[in-house]
Ligand binder design. Sequence first.
Ligand code: ZN
Length: 439
Amino acid sequence: MTKLVPLFALVLFLLPLATTRAQTPEDFAEMWEKSHVSNIFPSNVRHADVKQYLEKMKSLGIKIEQVGLSYGNREIYQMEWGNGPLRVFMWSQMHGDEPTATSALFDMFAYLKTHEDDEWVKNFAAKFTIRAIPMLNPDGSELYQRYNLQGIDINRDAVALKTPEGQLLKKLRDDWAPNIGFNLHNQQELTAAGPFARQAAISFLAVRGNKEGITSAGHERNKRICAAMVLALNRFIRGNIGRYDEDYNGRAFGDNFSAWGTPVILIETGALSGKDEMFLVKLNFVAFFAGLQSIVDGTEQSLSPSNYELLPLNTSGRLVWWMFRGVSIVNPGPGNRPFNTDIAVNKLRRRESQPVIASVAAIGSLGGLTGLEEYDASDFYVFPRLDRIRIGSPAELLFYRKSRTVDWNSDNLETAFPPDAVFSEGKWTVGENAVPKKK
Ligand SMILES: [Zn+2]
């Protein structure tokens, strides 16, 4: 009998450790790596793909309901998981060309459903009921545009309610009165975190919901939840996280949800040079779990909101996609003398599957701009394949070493004088490493 006591004590001691060890951000990332169901780049996901994902969710046993129709009569669905008292409402892609979180929501629901026997997932289920609308704006998503089919910005329709999608979102909130809302968007890929031209891979806003600047318990709680998400994401993208200022917008859903009693957290996914869209899905997944976990384990209550409040504010206008420094431009036609300058090139936001449309964004001494890719083109002439090199012209660029003699008036320039490098549709199609990359 006396021999059993130490063993018994040991079991008692180890049991809580085994069952309550907090999941780390790295654990969440690994969970996503091993289990994610999203298998196409979010920007390529169409409404038909959402339906496929939903079939998968249904087969796992997740509650799915068609809750409405878009203006163009596409189905809008809601997923539900958990049976706890805290009502969490998440919606994605109210702007059609902002797709990252839609995939992350499917990954989150699938993970929770397939791991319901894990102790910590049981704690989630006992704490939360989570409802999510993946792709609130299926018509806009189909066209890969911000607006719905009426051309209205749903996120400016919270009061006028001219869109069926906006009406639906308000109704779902009013009928259920969620305790927390997650408003899931994508920001411009060239958004910077702070003044130093660092890309904001993700930005947050705990929405206050009134123009007087009065805070509330829910707003303060959401700042701490944001802090939990920031601390988790710091493990992967420290320095690439931004914050929006709290400008009140009386027509936006985030502000109105907060005013109606559902304090909202805005998450805006950006981009990170060298990382693909799936990396951003993973970051969303990590952020969702880290934020929710902080509520379950109570760490949210003791976290300092400063982890969120001290994030650098988002800035824009400092970053461009490509920068060619010190290049000598030669334009076609008589009397065009080469001149030495910088060229900045940007591209449109499109689906990953679509060809890149890149155009000249600026010409001149562009010391105030930073390219995500910077090239030292000082040993090169650049000649336009199309048009002239001017702001707005297609960035179809032929590069020639200055040591060469080229007849710029040649009828068939590219055949008669093959370029050393060609930049076309946002990539090098000839001479990949000819023009040296800076940094
Ligand atoms: Zn948006």
